[in-house]
Design a protein around this ligand. Structure first.
Ligand SMILES: [Zn+2]
Length: 505
């Protein structure tokens, strides 16, 4: 993954900023549905800079790495209702607030052509009229009566909906979210209105120079399967969406056996299980959506490719991307991927010294975004026109050495593990973030994956780093995309072939 906190905290504006792309990639469409959003990203960055001293991290290491699983099992409890709904509760009595979250295994990965962007459109319709609250905007009124703030996000492989509210409103909150989940009305007039909101979101995304770079490199990375990675969707699909298409998505994916209810904060787990039974127990199980309509496996790339996106930008941005591991097929590689990325991103790593400290690149970042359908590995970097050619060759030379012994030192490995462990431990203390974190992992992998995350990271060795590089990067097909102004490209006389490494797979 990328920092699990960051996954959930891309504010809309941060999402397509350069620093976002350098630090980590995941397409989160965090929408505004009438309640305010907290600047989680900012808070996380502050926290992170406060714990930057490596010595401090390392001194914490033994305590923090002491079995995350044992630590989590003290306060995370799980129960599966007869209809298949997984209920996960994490008690934290620090403040009298509860977060109620629903996660559904839906997202762009379920979208065949013709459905691009509809998982996200559905998310917008969630907060509209339902059988319990049948007037438009009645949901919002009821939420404010309860003192709740609410929102939803859509990604490739998860959609979530959440409310944070005073803990004595827990039952009301559960009933509110259950009504929206179980009996939406998809009123035509509300769909028409929300379509404009979503198209507005599309326009704002498209205005970023990184939108096109991300889109085109993703299209090349997943040949023929763009619809399944296209979270924001296609304008024409959004323009012609009907209530029937929403109902079709509901029927297939919005069933208890494809959802999780996560409650965190100042709650009693037994009471939550009891209420969950009352409120969700008679929700009828559906057929397994992934048996009824299997997700086609990701098509491998047949060769490497290169592309330019010409726009009037200052710095040149480069993306090199590979198809990374799929979390359920190769979980060990996903743990390695996270340690590997962190180790290379550390100031003072071989990669940073040779590429950034040398002045060739302004910045270089390595990322793996954990998904069940071949999450992308991305190396992104920014440089200037006069250094571009030297910078790109130097980057390829580094990539060739990724599996060399000692490329990642033992110390760098330990520091990466420590930083992940500490950042994860901090996450436990923020119940609303923690609900999103658990929900993401439940959806993409499983609760168990999350429970053993830090413990598995802690076992990574230098050999695991080399294996990951060999299995997923070295000699594997990749796509390279470069964002630069057209006149700079002309002056440098660049063709697509110039972007590929000398020795191409
Ligand atoms: Zn949205």
């Amino acid at each position: 993954m990328r920092g699990q906190h960051l996954i959930f905290s891309q504010s809309f504006r941060a999402k397509y900023s350069a620093s976002f792309y350098i630090k980590g990639l995941s397409r989160v469409f965090g929408c505004r549905h009438g309640s305010r959003k907290k600047p989680f990203l900012q808070r996380w960055r502050q926290l992170r800079s406060g714990i930057a001293a490596l010595g401090l991290l390392l001194s914490w290491l033994p305590a923090v790495l002491q079995a995350q699983r044992a630590e989590l099992e003290k306060f995370v409890r799980q129960k599966v209702l007869d209809n298949g709904l997984e209920v996960i509760v994490a008690e934290n009595h620090g403040v009298p607030i509860a977060t109620i979250e629903i996660d559904v295994r839906n997202g762009s990965f379920t979208q065949p052509p013709g459905y691009e962007g509809l998982a996200h459109m559905y998310e917008h319709m969630f907060f509209k009229a339902n059988a319990q609250l049948s007037r438009p905007d009645e949901f919002i009124d009821r939420a404010s009566e309860l003192g709740a703030i609410f929102n939803g996000t859509t990604q490739e492989e998860r959609v979530n909906y959440y409310l944070s509210l005073p803990s004595d409103s827990l039952e009301g909150g559960l009933r509110l979210i259950a009504g929206a989940l179980r009996e939406p009305k998809f009123l035509r007039e509300e769909l028409d209105r929300e379509r404009l909101v979503v198209l507005g979101e599309y326009d704002r995304n498209e205005a970023s120079p990184f939108f096109e770079l991300d889109k085109r490199t993703t299209q090349a990375l997943y040949p023929g399967q763009w619809s399944r990675k296209n979270v924001i969707g296609e304008r024409q699909v959004l323009q012609t969406v009907t209530p029937d298409k929403m109902r079709e998505i509901q029927r297939k994916y919005y069933v208890p056996n494809n959802a999780a209810l996560i409650v965190t904060g100042d709650v009693d787990a037994d009471r939550v299980f009891e209420l969950a039974e009352h409120v969700f127990g008679d929700w009828k199980r559906g057929s397994d959506p992934f048996i009824a309509d299997p997700i086609p496996p990701i098509t491998p790339m047949t060769g490497s490719s290169a592309l330019f996106v010409e726009q009037d930008v200052g710095a040149i941005t480069v993306f090199i991307r590979w198809q990374g591991p799929s979390v359920r097929a190769d979980p060990e590689a996903t743990f390695s991927a996270d340690v590997f990325s962190d180790a290379l991103n550390q100031p003072g790593s071989t990669l940073q010294r040779r590429l950034v400290d040398s002045g060739l690149w302004h910045s270089v970042g390595v990322n793996y975004y954990t998904l069940n359908n071949a999450g992308p590995i991305t190396i992104s970097g920014q440089t200037s026109p006069d250094r571009f050619k030297a910078a790109l060759s130097a980057l390829y030379r580094e990539i060739e050495q990724f599996a060399d012994p000692g490329y990642i030192t033992r110390e760098q490995l330990d520091a990466s593990k420590a930083e992940r462990a500490v950042s994860t431990a901090f996450g436990f203390d923020r119940p609303s973030d923690f609900a999103h974190t658990i929900g993401f992992w439940w959806s993409v992998a499983s609760l168990d994956y999350y429970m053993r995350y830090i413990d598995s990271m802690a076992r990574r060795t230098q050999e695991d780093m080399r294996k990951y590089a060999r299995d997923y990067i070295l000699g594997k097909p990749y796509v390279v995309g470069v964002l630069m102004p057209a006149d700079v490209r002309r002056q440098l006389g660049l063709t697509e072939a110039d972007l590929l490494a000398r020795v191409t797979p």
